[in-house]
Design a protein around this ligand. Structure first.
Ligand code: HEM
Length: 492
């Protein structure tokens, strides 16, 4: 009996030692993790970027949090450049996770792809998106088509209105035209269903219990009675994927390989067939295509829509900025002529406003996880191959060294003494290094043309005429403004 008690006490002591100290040896310091759950319940899941800034002040430019897997957080601009940029080839991995394996049967697609598959597929995607006009003038008329529709939808609204459905329609159509070749009509049932599925996925994937699954996959069997969120996540994922399976089927039926590709899906199928014929299929498969389509959608939709929603939320709260934008637009472009990307040169205040919205509206409250592809030293700590590292972008955007009074919204900080817009190297909204956003030039075009058109043709007022909506956020895969309404007044 006595011997059993000694063994149990020793086992508990060893377990606690390992959980609280042993497993942390060699990694950068950080908040003490609780046994089993790590720091999950110490992190403020509503405002994770604030917890991480606070821990950065306590533990320095690089620290570890346990989610419950260890995430090494790089929280300092110079260190981020030193590692993610200067040693770019090492900081390009993505973690292999239980969830990816379970849901996708591996690291497919573009966002979570890794190793040779990622290199081959990123190269192809960038090349193909360029062929469809991304980063070139060819895309401008397609975005302007959607901007015209967007303005006409907003002009037809009466009374307090949510901007989200109309913005999602415009941004979603730009992606849909590129990926599957057609645009939806506003209010289309299929589009609504698709949009809400995507949004729900973003929320479901970041429940604390979903993080726990990574280390304790067996907890999924506790549902029901416990609400782990695993079943729902799988259902949403299957629903989301079914859309792409159907599109691939339709494209295969109508594909004419002798004609130029109609869209990304055609281009991919043509490349895949060419490679199969040459006996060199590599990573080109229908499964990979399905995940790549989903990733272009998932990465390009909520990011752009919510940046625009943040922008209008700020303008409602800072009416003087909105007034200055209107004045600049009226003076330099007027209300008749259609905007173009060339107008960036003559609309410095609009460019500065977009820059400031991207700085303050922290979409990625916790940066996307990377892994290191070999052993490497970060901030004096040797990290073994496959360690998860996170470039914590909001910590740079809110660093008072670079942005005095960092929580104040001030486009003026991006305008020089001669009234010109100055880009700030410390704004890393599209991230840093070789895994930085693949859609940056598309997103920049959309932000300029959509926000510019909104300013040109609309005035925005608080729903009750005087109280602007509060800065409440909802945090999922991305952090976005809570639903808010405003009144849209046409500027004719
Ligand atoms: C305002 C809009 C956008 C913002 C703020 C944004 C931001 C980001 C960020 C922070 C990352 C993570 C990079 C990392 O691992 O550190 C990323 C990755 C990515 N983005 Fe965007 N993005 C936007 C729009 C788009 C659009 C329109 C597309 C569509 C083509 C897109 C496609 C991607 C893809 C495919 C990746 C994964 C790249 C890789 O892992 O190699 N994004 N984006």
């Amino acid at each position: 009996m006595y011997a059993i008690a000694v063994i149990v006490i020793a086992a508990i002591a060893y377990f606690l030692y390992r959980e609280l100290y042993g497993k942390r040896k060699g990694l950068p310091p950080g908040p003490t993790p609780w046994p089993i759950v790590g720091n999950i319940f110490q992190l403020d899941f509503n405002r994770p970027e604030k917890s991480l800034i606070q821990w950065g002040k306590q533990y320095g430019p690089v620290f570890t949090i346990w989610m419950p897997l260890p995430f090494v957080i790089v929280n300092d601009y110079e260190l981020m450049k030193e590692s993610f940029l200067k040693q770019g080839d090492i900081f390009v991995g993505r973690p292999k996770t239980f969830l990816l394996n379970d849901i996708a049967k591996g690291n497919y697609g573009l966002v979570f792809a890794r190793d040779e598959l990622w290199r081959e597929q990123r190269r192809f995607a960038l090349h193909t998106l360029r062929d469809f006009g991304v980063g070139r003038n060819m895309l401008e008329p397609k975005i302007l088509d959607q901007a015209r529709e967007l303005i006409s939808i907003l002009h037809s609204t009466k009374g307090p209105t949510q901007l989200k459905p109309a913005l999602a329609f415009a941004v979603g159509n730009v992606i849909n035209v590129m990926v599957v070749g057609y645009a939806w009509k506003f209010g289309d049932q299929k589009m609504e269903e698709f949009r809400t599925t995507l949004e729900e996925f973003g929320m479901a994937a970041t429940k604390p219990t979903i993080f726990l699954l990574e280390l304790y996959p067996w907890i999924r069997f506790l549902e029901p009675p416990f609400n782990i969120g695993y079943k729902r996540l799988k259902e949403i994922n299957d629903h989301f994927r079914s859309f792409f399976i159907e599109e691939i089927r339709k494209h295969k039926e109508t594909l004419d390989e002798n004609q130029p590709p109609r869209d990304y899906t055609d281009a991919y199928l043509i490349e895949m067939n060419k490679r199969i014929k040459a006996g060199n299929q590599g990573s080109f498969t229908e499964r990979q295509l399905m995940f790549a389509m989903g990733d272009i959608w998932a990465a390009g939709m909520d990011t752009t829509v919510n940046t625009l929603r943040y922008a209008i939320l700020y303008l409602l709260n800072y009416p003087k900025v909105l007034k200055k934008l209107h004045e600049e637009m009226d003076e330099m472009v007027g209300r008749e002529r259609e905007l173009s990307m060339n107008d960036q040169k003559i609309l410095p205040y609009l460019c500065a406003t977009i820059e400031e919205v991207q700085r303050l509206g922290s979409l990625g409250a916790i940066g996307l996880q990377r892994t290191v592809t070999e052993d490497v030293v970060v901030g004096g700590y040797r990290l073994p191959k496959e360690t998860i590292v996170v470039p914590q972008l909001p910590s740079i955007h809110l660093d008072e060294k670079f942005f005095p009074d960092p929580y104040t919204f001030s486009p003026e900080r991006h305008i020089d003494a001669n009234g010109r817009f100055v880009k700030n190297e410390h704004i890393l909204a599209f991230s840093i290094g070789k895994r930085a956003c693949m859609g940056e030039s598309l997103a920049r075009m959309e932000l300029f043309l959509f926000l510019g058109s909104l300013v040109q043709h609309c005035d925005f007022r608080p729903a009750d005429g005087k109280t602007p909506p509060p800065f409440k956020v909802i945090t999922g895969i991305i952090q976005c403004p809570a639903p808010y309404e405003c009144v849209i007044i046409p500027r004719t």
